[in-house]
Design a protein around this ligand. Sequence first.
Ligand code: DGY
Length: 335
Amino acid sequence: MGKPKVFVTRVIPNDGLDQIRAFCDATVWEDELPPPREVILRETRDADGLVSLLTDKIDGELMDACPRLRVVSNYAVGFDNLDIPAGSSRGILMGNTPGVLTETTADFAFALLMASARRIVEGADYVRADRWKTWGPMLLMGHDVHHATLGLVGLGRIGVEMAKRARGFEMRVIYYDVIRHEDFEQEYGLTYAPLEDVLAQADFVSVHTPLTPETHHLMNRERFALMKPSAILINTSRGPVVDADALLEALQSGQIAGAALDVTEPEPLAADSPLVQLPNCLVVPHIASASRVTRGKMADIAARNLIAGLTGEALPAGLNNDALGQGRSTLPRDW
Ligand code: DGY
């Protein structure tokens, strides 16, 4: 008996890769850049499992071209790159990596908030450019974080952790979500408000929604127009939740004071793109979950999801475990 054949679209930490290599006949794409689609198609054509990244589009066309594929394990909590209904209708199990990156991502979102409010990167650039000649009474003045109002757009796991961090700075926290969470309101002293009110009142707006057709360009021209001219936008969710052209206009016109983006539309952004060039826009390369421990835990879950799917079990972090026992998940195993 052989081992199940899998394709892993990038090198992930050994916390997961070792498990995958022990259980499977694994082909791992070693380049820093994602494999082109034709490579994913070629390498997955006769594979039983696939470990994908958020940069890989896994859709029905790919599934049809890979008739043995029974499990897709996404190395990310976000899964807007996966077509879940397409997987379910074929009995292909799909999983993600929730929970383990929540606090790490919230730490980073709060770091972006602090860095943009207090102009830390601009300050470091100023010193590197040898412009620091004296203590300046007006030099690089920013915005206070303590006692300011934080507006959360989306109150999932990461939004809640962001609220907990804000409490330490004695911030007032207001939030909008499609579902009201009265338990969190009580526990963390949050106030629910319609999105328009959150945007109008917040000194910092931090976006924590998944990317769905409903949240695509949620932050658009009309919504930026509601924000205070002193407000700062933080985005650690997905780039297309924010309309990049509208954000650029809002920053250039002084409609809002600043932005700090871990995610962008498109991704990556070139160094000469207008948002990157703006002094009041801090852009970093989608690294909010990038602590060694967290990326290791994500790899571990991704491996366990993959192996569970290959052995015909429900995925520990499954997105469509109800597809178990249907379609491809019932194919005979020859390993
Ligand atoms: C995710 O997991 O969705 C993040 O964007 C990357 O860790």
